[in-house]
Design a protein around this ligand. Sequence first.
Ligand code: 3EB
Length: 359
Amino acid sequence: MRWLSATDLAVSQALRDPQTLGVATHGGSVPLAVDARFPQAHLRKHVIGGDAQVVEIWSGRTEARTETFGATHCRHNGEVMFATVSAPLAGAGNDALGEGTYTAYQSLLAALLASGYPHLLRVWNSIPDININEDGLERYRRFNLLRHKAYEETRQPTGAGAPAACALGSYGGPLVLYCLASKTPPEAIENPRQTSAYQYPQQYGPRAPSFSRAALWRGGEDESDVLFVSGTASIVGHQTLHHGNVAAQTHETLTNLQAIVAEAVSRDARGLVLLSDLRLKAYIRHVEDAPIVRQVLAGHGLDADAVLYLQADICRADLLVELEAIGPAQSIEVTTGTADTQDSSFRSSSDSQALPESG
Ligand code: 3EB
């Protein structure tokens, strides 16, 4: 996986590479202009720190093939698949979000089964106005109801074995889902400091969220494994800690990430030892908190410049920051471009492969 400014030369190169699986574009009001064979998820979240639009590129090491199933756009290489679907919500009537969630998930899950990649590894959910109450229920909680229903009807695990995931707000636009799926299942990992999300009590909504704290995907022989860590926040047990204190929330979140890494290490995850082996993405509710988050990350010996910072609402109104991660670093390399104009002469880039080669 790579993170690059949308104007980086390396982006246009990757978008000519048949090994590229798909792209997630963060920020901006319109998606990046890409060849139709590359599935693209456009996430309406402001990039913090200069670039107007940052592109996350997922590549494998073998040539990939594009396939479309209804509203779901897929590209796969015999081992893994990138897929994305979006549901327009504007003017869609009562319970637009519920219906959009259900139909988007139905389409995505049908595509997974039809294409032969039935195992979800990681799902990214982007939900406009995620914290708004509608008809007595917060939109995130309604999303949980309908995601659960679609999973259940497709016999996807809703509890143990659920994929890694995250759910963040967006500034308008449609509901957008993107995912990585595999021919082989990942191993679900939980965090001993936290109640499993799928066992959260009713006070957080009528249906508990369906995701695991992390998904460990075993690569091929002599490859590293890949650990997909879900959105992780300042929650211990099932309770939010450190209300209103972004520094303490960031610290608690890092303690949670550390515990998840320790779980993965105890399962002999290859190539993974330390928190610093992970690549991080930070979602920050208030853009002015970004320097504090950076400071806490740096204070833990992490490379704060290697993190992608996005402004987004988080699925509990009392959470100020959420971190997600992928690792180990030697299988996933991340670069954030610094150029944000077409004529800038310096382009930062790196060349790495997201997922181990298939045998
Ligand atoms: C939490 O730990 C914070 O609904 O898919 C994190 C990751 C969160 C994924 C999801 C929600 C989701 O409960 C919220």
